[in-house]
Design a protein around this ligand. Sequence first.
Ligand code: AHG
Ligand code: MN
Ligand code: MN
Ligand code: MN
Length: 314
Amino acid sequence: MIKEAGTSKFQIELRRHLRAQNISDNLVHLMCEIAEASKYVINAVRTGDLGVAGTSNLYGEEQLALDVLSDRILRKRLIHSGVVCNIASEEMDTIYECQADADGLYSVAYDPLDGSSLVDVNLAVGTIVSIYSGCDLLQPGRNQVAAMYILYGPRVSLVYTVGDGVHEFTMNNLMEFTLTRENVRMQPDGEIYAPGGLRKKYHPGDEKFIQYLEGKGCKLRYSGGFVPDINQVLMKGKGLFMYPALNGSPNGKLRVLFELNPMAFIIEHAGGSATDGKQNILDIVPESLDQRAPVYIGCSSDVKKAMEFVNGGA
Ligand code: AHG
Ligand code: MN
Ligand code: MN
Ligand code: MN
């Protein structure tokens, strides 16, 4: 039975903001459930076991206990929401099928705890969520109906778009999200850059691009956490994040379904752009859950410049 959206008493201000965006009650309900689940993820991150789970994921990454716990918290919430068809998670090897019929249902791809290896040194981490209508998760990112991330930093913020502007909520002392920024917009030109991956494995075009950025006075700002690094680029409005193809890793590191598509959807709806060096991230047609791609994401003119350098045109 699909829980009548709006009946739950959680996240009233977020629910109101979502409802004003002409999206379905089921999607409002789903996004509020995810916001509610983040309270339990925060608690796990703040007090949970920092050790390893003794297992590894589809990417060969050693899973931390926090990866597995955060994944379980989100998956349970999605299953019980009553509005989810299929689930894909960075920490699950296959798609989890909740319900067969697609009518009015959504499918969710998420990274339950991005940057989990930074928790033990107390750096900011986050949860990244991508939502499609129906049951198909291998769609181009352009088809998302919503994307959101929750950033567990000095403050806990939730940033989302349903295609009509990018909005930020911040968690208050009652653990409710209250509106703090509406219609966040990026500038065309950046002043910071976040270069992921080992520089000694960079291709010449990427090295030249970094010299170009340094030459125009951009400052390096890199934490190793995709969520805080993207949030900084978005909220300052003047920056670019990159995780390029490296010698030995032609597709870079970041995953299309759980990391690149949701962040590209948010950055594009804030006036920025995102490319894999050849095409817009949101136009990639994923062939598998674990597909990776190189990424340059942020201010549109910097992203355009990146493409010129990467393709030898600059
Ligand atoms: P996750 O913790 O979900 O596996 O993701 C980690 C990712 C991302 O947060 C970050 O941008 C990237 O790893 C950093 O990679 P490097 O440590 O190679 O720079
Ligand atoms: Mn991981
Ligand atoms: Mn991640
Ligand atoms: Mn992760």
